[in-house]
Every structure is written in C-alpha cells, then in structure tokens.
Write a protein that binds this ligand. Structure first.
Ligand code: SF4
Ligand code: SF4
Length: 75
C-alpha cells in the first residue's frame, strides 16, 4: 500500500503561537519554538517531522492560515 508522508511549512512571521495547531495534530508532530518571531511570539514548528501523515488538520484549524501542508506518496 502506498504510504503518505507530509511536510508542514510554517509562515513564522504570521504565527501568533496560539498552539491550536499543536493540539490538533493526531500524531504529535508540532510544537512551539523556544525562539520568538519578529512580533515576539513563539511559533509552530515540526518537532517530530517523521510522524507527519499530511492530514492537514493543523492547516485547516490555524486561525491565521500560517500553515501549508505538502504531501508525498511513496509506493
Ligand atoms: S498535516 Fe496532520 S500529521 Fe502533519 S503536522 Fe499537520 S496535523 Fe499533524
Ligand atoms: S494555529 Fe496558526 S497561529 Fe496558532 S500556533 Fe499554529 S500556526 Fe501559529
């Protein structure tokens, strides 16, 4: 069966560090940075990138549309 792997790209400067995406991920890929962006907010990042299944729950739920999900299929 083909396997799907995902990758999330974060628009760091628009992220406000609310953490909604972190809570929405079913496989605990996301976390918040210890660094801050230009507005002084921590931002979302992939802390367990290998787990991402490209489901896009995080991108759908982000109130500021900061996340773009890319999916790659492996045969
Ligand atoms: S695409 Fe799905 S699996 Fe990947 S980080 Fe977002 S919620 Fe988690
Ligand atoms: S839901 Fe959006 S604004 Fe909130 S932490 Fe995640 S990427 Fe940032």
């Amino acid at each position: 069966m083909a396997k799907i792997k995902g990758k999330v790209v974060v628009d760091v400067e628009h992220c406000k560090g609310c953490g909604v995406c972190v809570a929405s991920c079913p496989v605990n890929v996301l976390g918040l940075s210890t660094e801050v962006n230009g507005k002084g907010y921590p931002f979302a990042m992939m802390v367990e990138p290998e787990n991402c299944i490209g489901c896009a729950s995080c991108a759908i739920i982000c109130p500021d549309s900061c996340l773009t999900v890319y999916r790659q299929k492996f045969e």
